[in-house]
Design a protein around this ligand. Structure first.
Ligand code: PMP
Length: 285
């Protein structure tokens, strides 16, 4: 069944939605995005995504093409029109379509930003995973502003393909001997009962799920340490897991073919997943 999507002011069947070939998102990956999960038909952690979107735009001097209220309303309308119960809403803003290709940014008064949004239905999204995932390590060769959520996702896509070729589900990227993050998630290990994850900087995306999970962990009196760790330290940890808006908290059971703990989803990871889902459902809008 065809989805109804949103493009620059219009709700359209997906096959009728069009973007110019001069759109800078298409030509230059000059765009930012957000993915907000939907559970029980409600938006999860929306506030966090809204704030990060505004920051990504401001770091790139890109104009917001609609008001905050309008953007929230489009999220809700798309969820309603497409009957999304479990899934997500994808939002992308690019620097629009100037009259011709040019490296220089167009004048925002002449070339407005483009706004595209669509839903993805994923029934069973919140089910407890019976197995954890395997990850491999790869060098992190991305640009230096990974804190901005841009649509430059070629290397993360290549990373997922390298993982697939190795029989794994994802790749953890490594820079100067320390794990930065997963291709589309933040990375964690658990040692003793301590949760360890890399500190925020321009080297990683400040995950909205990361912020919530660390807050819930602290509220549940779990110890949290924000620092980098190596693949060797991770392989030797009791547990490992990743977080993202689309996977919540997902256990990792092997890194570069070395089994983590007993090779089953860890207790801390599963507990955090449970708390995250419970609290997110309560706070969903
Ligand atoms: N790091 C990267 C590189 C990502 O692409 C994502 C997901 N977009 C995350 C971390 C997790 O962020 P969030 O919890 O906001 O989905």
């Amino acid at each position: 069944m065809s989805r109804t999507v949103y493009v620059n002011g219009e709700y359209l069947p997906e096959e009728d939605a069009k973007i110019s070939i001069f759109d800078r998102g298409f030509l230059m990956a000059d765009g930012v995005y957000e993915v907000t999960s939907v559970l029980e038909g409600k938006l999860v952690d929306y506030e966090g995504h809204k704030v990060r979107l505004a920051r990504s735009l401001s770091e790139l001097d890109m104009a917001m093409p609609a008001t905050e209220d309008e953007i929230l309303e489009i999220h809700r309308e798309l969820v309603r029109l497409n009957d999304v119960v479990e899934g997500g809403v994808y939002l992308q803003i690019t620097r629009g379509a100037p009259a011709d290709r040019d490296f220089a940014f167009p004048d925002p008064d002449v070339t407005p930003s483009s706004l595209v949004m669509f839903t993805q239905s994923k029934p069973g999204l919140a089910a407890t995973p019976s197995e954890g995932i395997k990850v491999i390590s790869i060098p992190d060769v991305r640009w230096g502003r990974r804190d901005i959520k841009t649509v430059q996702l070629l290397y993360p896509s290549m990373g997922k393909m390298m993982a697939k070729a190795a029989g794994a589900a994802d790749a953890w990227m490594v820079e100067d001997g320390l794990v930065t993050e997963g291709t589309s998630n933040n990375a964690y290990i658990v040692k003793g009962r301590k949760i360890i994850t890399r500190e925020l900087s321009n080297d990683i995306l400040s995950g909205i799920t990361r912020a919530a999970v660390l807050r819930f962990a602290k509220e549940a009196q779990m110890e949290v340490e924000e620092r980098g760790f190596s693949i060797e330290e991770a392989q030797d940890a009791d547990e490992a897991f990743v977080t993202s808006a689309t996977t919540f908290v997902l256990p990792v059971v092997s890194i570069d073919d070395a089994q983590i703990g007993d090779g089953k989803p860890g207790e801390v990871a599963l507990r955090l997943r449970e708390i995250y889902l419970e609290e997110s459902l309560k706070a969903g809008i």
